[in-house]
Ligand binder design. Structure first.
Ligand SMILES: O=C[C@H](O)[C@H](O)[C@H](O)COP(=O)(O)O
Length: 331
């Protein structure tokens, strides 16, 4: 439904504004160390990034500032705030742009709530929102984004609450650095994160192998004695590698069936297949409708739901050269 429109926005971030990168937080950093990020999948050889952490942090900040300039309305009522390291720059930019204490910020987990509080903004729990209320906008990071704006999320073990919040927003805006900008999912980011009930781990692992995942693994902590990593829901995360995923246009062009039967998976089909496994709470693929698509369905077809789309309307990529590139959904 959506494709990409690429714009280059000239924006430079001064390196003397960079944060102390040793203080970066990930979704789970308060409790557990992050998984190894950006290890290329053996099945999908890729060139690892050679840029420094400083360049990456500058890219995240530049993208966050542009995204907030374009999509944060200081008169908004409710704004969703995602998890990870990039969202810290989004909150920083919102704080600079907003003096309105009436705005309520909906976090997507423990780390997200801490970021909101530390910025002096007002958090409100997702389940305290009045049931017919949509968020004006939700901002979040991503681990990888394809040409149709499908995303992989959950690299920091946050995905369930992130999906709840994205689906509750009129529009979901994604912010990421250049490493996440790919044509297809699972090009550089190696696995699909999946949140599962602890009891179901062996069954889900077996089912994922049946679906074609080469070596799905339960995510552990660096401290072996601490056991598997636990999410904000006290569930576990399985990281499942698959071959690079097809987009809908690939299936239309005959590049594969996309239903797994010929070894190819299209993003939405794989997401549905994984979500259907008993024991899976949520899958870290954000695909399908975006907010405006869902709103159009509501108004034209009378679909009665406050659930919106889970795909972003726009993704801001901070590039290594200091510019920001934008991919937007096709109108
Ligand atoms: O689990 C974590 C979330 O999905 C993050 O939004 C995602 O991993 C991107 O995180 P970061 O901004 O740290 O790269």
């Amino acid at each position: 439904m959506a494709s990409s429109l690429l714009m280059r926005l000239s924006l430079r971030t001064s390196s003397n504004q960079l944060p102390n990168i040793t203080q970066r937080t990930r979704c789970i950093s308060q409790r557990l160390p992050a998984p190894s990020s950006f290890a290329p999948s053996p099945a999908t050889p890729a060139t690892p990034p050679t840029m420094s952490d400083t360049t990456i942090e500058a890219a995240k900040r530049a993208a966050a500032q542009q995204a907030v300039r374009d999509h944060f309305d200081p008169t908004a009522s409710n704004v969703g705030i995602g998890s990870g390291t990039t969202i810290v720059y989004v909150v920083e930019a919102i704080k600079e742009a907003s003096t309105n204490p009436a705005i309520r910020f909906v976090p997507t987990g423990y780390q997200s709530r801490q970021v909101i509080i530390k910025a002096g903004l007002t958090p409100i729990a997702f389940d305290s929102l009045p049931e017919d209320t949509l968020l004006d906008v939700a901002f979040d990071g991503a681990d990888e984004v394809d040409l149709e704006l499908n995303c992989i999320k959950g690299g920091g073990a946050c995905l369930f609450q992130e999906k709840l919040v994205a689906e509750r927003a009129r529009k979901f805006v994604c912010v990421a650095d250049y490493r996440k900008k790919q044509d297809r999912l699972l090009t550089f980011w190696p696995t699909i994160p999946i949140e599962v009930a602890p009891l179901s781990v062996p069954t889900v692992l077996r089912s994922l192998r049946t679906l074609g995942s080469t070596n799905p693994k339960l995510r552990t902590t660096l401290l072996e004695k601490s056991g598997p990593l636990k999410t904000d829901q006290d569930f576990f995360i399985i990281d499942a590698p698959f071959k690079s995923l097809l987009i809908a246009d690939d299936v239309k062009a005959g590049k594969g069936k996309g239903d797994g039967s010929d070894g190819t998976w299209e993003v939405n089909r794989l997401s549905e297949a994984i979500k259907a496994l008993t024991g899976v709470l949520e899958v870290g693929i954000f695909s399908g409708l975006n907010g405006p698509d869902a709103e159009a369905l509501r108004s034209t077809d009378g679909v009665r739901t406050v659930t919106s789309g889970q795909k972003p309307v726009a993704v801001y990529f901070g590039m290594a050269d200091g510019q920001v590139e934008l991919r937007t959904a096709k109108q």
